[in-house]
Ligand binder design. Structure first.
Ligand SMILES: [Zn+2]
Length: 319
């Protein structure tokens, strides 16, 4: 089922890694789901992703991603003599769950990275599921509470200084939308790839308001005058800034946010399901077998044992 990083569904589809199958899927644009894409683009009959994932890959991976074929959620595609369909995963913009059904009606589903609530739970015979937070200690407050805490934090700090928000691609754009929806009208800045990903999200309908390129003359002036929200990739968290830092991370549990130093807050915002939501997915999917993706970060072995013990469903971690 899993060979190296590839999740193989049915006879012909490899997801999120290259395998010698006729078709390749990229569930979303994060780097740990793009393995072997160059080879897939050369060797597979077709590589599939959602339109927004293709747009993000063109920015984050390579122009070669323009060779990807797009399909929308709920649009069936023939892959050999099997049928494939994408469902929303509510992980980042464009992220998809993948269902492959054979001519006997046998269904194999791969969640990719996903987040409940918000992603539909699809029934399947075999479920391949991620387990980034597959340990009982990984439980977060409800996301609406986290949004509320984040909005309050931004509204109070923006009166005093600039705010620098750090997160992964996709999660950052989700936060832009959440803040705009709640009425935050401060200037938004982003730079480089974060700015380009933002523009892709806007082109695909996200409501982000105006976001200024931090490298432009206008961006530099906004930075000088302060009172803006500057969105950046998590990898820049260690930099020195004038203002307050907000780090969006799934590894903050129990409380919505925490002040971890004089100028830095850590907000419990994840694009993944927490432990309880992972377990709820498995229960409602009603699979005969669960294969837990153990090739990426997380608690693959542990989550498989929790499924067996708590739900009495056959579960293995692979590879
Ligand atoms: Zn991801």
């Amino acid at each position: 089922m899993l060979s190296s990083k590839a999740v193989v569904l049915g006879e012909n589809v490899a997801c999120d890694g290259h395998d010698n199958r006729r078709f390749r899927v990229v569930t979303h644009a994060h780097y740990d789901h793009v393995y072997g894409l160059k080879e897939s683009l050369l060797r597979c009959e077709a590589v599939y992703a959602t339109p927004i994932t293709r747009g993000m890959l063109t920015v984050l991976y390579s122009r070669r991603a323009e060779g990807i074929k797009t399909i929308n959620y709920g649009e069936p595609v023939m892959v050999g003599d099997e049928i494939m369909m994408f469902y929303p995963a509510n992980h980042i913009p464009g992220s998809a769950q993948v269902l492959v059904e054979d001519s006997d009606g046998f269904r194999a589903l791969y969640t990719g990275d996903f987040r409940l609530p918000g992603a539909p739970i699809i029934e399947a015979d075999v479920l391949v599921i991620e387990a980034t937070y597959g340990h009982p200690r990984c439980v977060r407050p409800p996301i609406e509470d986290v949004y509320h805490a984040l909005i309050s934090l931004v509204e109070s700090e923006i009166k005093k200084t600039s705010i620098h928000v750090y997160g992964f691609y996709g999660k950052v754009q989700e936060v832009m939308e959440v803040l705009r929806r709640s009425g935050v009208d401060a200037p938004f800045l982003a730079q480089g790839r974060m700015y380009e990903v933002t523009e892709v999200c806007r082109r695909h309908g996200m409501k982000l308001g105006e976001v200024v390129n931090a490298d432009s003359r206008e961006g530099l002036e906004i930075l000088k005058s302060g009172g803006c929200v500057y969105f950046k990739h998590s990898s820049k968290l260690g930099e020195h800034v004038n203002g307050v830092k907000i780090h969006l991370t799934g590894w903050q549990f129990k409380c919505t946010y925490r002040r971890i130093s004089e100028d830095t807050y850590r907000v419990s915002l994840s694009s993944h399901s927490d432990f309880n939501h992972l377990l709820a997915y498995v229960e409602d999917c009603k699979p005969k077998l669960v294969v837990v993706d153990n090739s990426r970060d997380g608690y693959g072995e542990h989550f498989a044992s929790e499924i067996r013990r708590r739900l009495g469903i056959k579960a293995i971690a692979s590879p």
